[in-house]
Design a protein around this ligand. Structure first.
Ligand code: ADP
Ligand code: ASP
Ligand code: MG
Length: 406
């Protein structure tokens, strides 16, 4: 008798029929004798709509109240999913993140899981119930409701699979697995049988929102092997696991495009020790993640200044500008230029470690398309470039074709 954690994302529970479909899939597993913990997201579009509602009230809302609001999305789905199982005669119970024992820190809207004590989950499983858990949410030790960052239901599923020592962790979504590129943007993208944690980490960090980045970090840390597969058919999906030797044969595993970044440029920053540290410490203190950073060579001999550009998640742009404005007196830069019209294109593969010329080929491909590169960053298994948002998808298709022809 296996213990299985299944997670169903927003589109898989997007309407009553989809929820009934999830219930019958769960019922099938249960009929085989498996014990099931089912994590569900909010119905597709619901979280976005809640955010929109909040924005209509106030542009920058209290993050505590935001969590209170956003957690309602998942709470709706758990109850509906439990009802759908009841309709099939399957005993099922819904639990909020807090009831499932998910304890987080107090960083509202992107809380980190501190520990899980799934007492209620065990008790309901032992009494023969399917346990439906609200994804994306937890509770601080003081009892405040928190959420785990966008896409955070993935994290709930992976963390529960680790805490419950589940035999299987399945992430059900609206595509058949992880592809060499987002199949919605690159029609020729290929489904992967397997991918390493590190490759998926880089792809997720580079904008492939098929899995939440932090959920993959968690899976790697606790060696949770999981499968990404479709909730609409029974085809095998993509297995995500530790690297093995044969996985290095492939140079590029995938290409991803992140349209959710914004660039901030500080013009005329005094070129003195400690300036960058002040800027990035202030941003870090405000829990803002900075991704790429580029500092230009300085100009002006007497009191040299430099320009500093960096990227943040688009939803953090307003908050970042506020933080930077607060530093203006102290640091004395001349101007701040925000730019939302950027995209980040990345290629990823563990095979890069043993193959040379990969970056050159990517840059050449972009040059042939007449696409300008604004910023560049690399890691051992990734090359990323920032370019004009309007050219993002064209760039992605060209680079995919250059490295991953079907
Ligand atoms: P869910 O609601 O199930 O969590 P998401 O929308 O978060 O689903 O993630 C699935 C989506 O991820 C797909 O519909 C697809 O458009 C997108 N995606 C981006 N990159 C990839 C990729 N490399 N492979 C598969 N899907 C990808
Ligand atoms: N509902 C949340 C979101 O849209 C969490 C999730 O879907 O995983 O980000
Ligand atoms: Mg998701």
């Amino acid at each position: 008798m296996a213990l299985i954690v299944q997670k169903y994302g927003g589109s898989s529970v997007g309407n009553p029929d989809r929820i009934k479909n999830v219930a019958s899939r769960v019922a099938q597993y249960r009929a085989r004798g498996d014990r099931l913990v089912v994590v569900v997201s909010a119905m597709s579009g619901v979280t976005d709509n809640l955010i929109k509602l909040a924005r209509e009230i106030i542009p920058l809302s209290s993050e505590r109240e935001m969590d209170m609001l956003l957690a309602t999305g998942e709470q709706t789905t758990i109850a509906l999913a439990a009802m759908a199982l009841h309709a099939l005669g399957v005993p099922a119970v819904s639990l909020t993140g807090a009831q499932a024992g998910i304890v987080t820190d107090g960083v509202h809207t992107k809380a980190k899981i501190r520990n899980i004590t799934p007492k209620q989950v065990h008790a309901w499983l032992d009494s023969g119930h399917v346990v439906i858990v609200a994804g994306f949410q937890g509770q601080t030790p003081e009892g405040q409701i928190t959420t785990l960052g966008r896409g955070g239901s993935d994290l709930t599923a992976i963390a529960l699979a680790a805490a419950l020592r589940a035999d299987l962790c399945q992430i059900y979504t609206d595509v058949e697995g992880i592809y060499t590129a987002d199949p919605r943007i690159v029609p020729g993208a290929l489904k992967l049988d397997q991918i390493t944690y590190d490759e998926l980490l880089e792809l997720a960090g580079a904008g492939a929102k098929v899995m939440q980045l932090r959920s993959v970090e968690f899976a790697k840390k606790f060696s949770v092997i999981f499968e990404v597969r479709s909730s609409l058919n029974d085809n095998p999906g993509t297995i995500v696991k530790e690297e093995n030797k044969s996985m290095e044969d492939v140079v590029i595993r995938g290409v991803s495009l992140d349209k959710n970044q914004a660039k901030i440029t500080l013009i005329g920053v005094p070129d003195r020790p400690g300036m960058a540290s002040r800027v990035f410490k202030a941003l870090a203190d405000a829990a803002i993640n900075v991704d790429m950073i580029v500092q230009n060579i300085s100009h002006g001999a007497a009191s040299p200044t430099t320009d500093l550009s960096f990227t943040v998640d688009k939803p953090d742009l307003l908050k970042s500008q506020k933080v930077i404005d607060g530093l203006k007196k102290d640091i004395g830069f001349r101007q701040v230029i925000p730019n939302e019209a950027i995209a980040k294109l990345s290629i990823v593969g563990v095979g890069m470690r043993s193959h040379s010329g990969v970056a050159a080929r990517m840059f050449e491909t972009l040059a042939l398309e007449g696409i300008n590169i604004d910023m560049i960053s690399t890691s051992e298994i990734k090359v990323s470039v920032v370019l004009d948002l309007a050219k993002g998808e064209q760039a992605m298709r060209a680079v995919h074709a250059a490295f991953l022809k079907s």
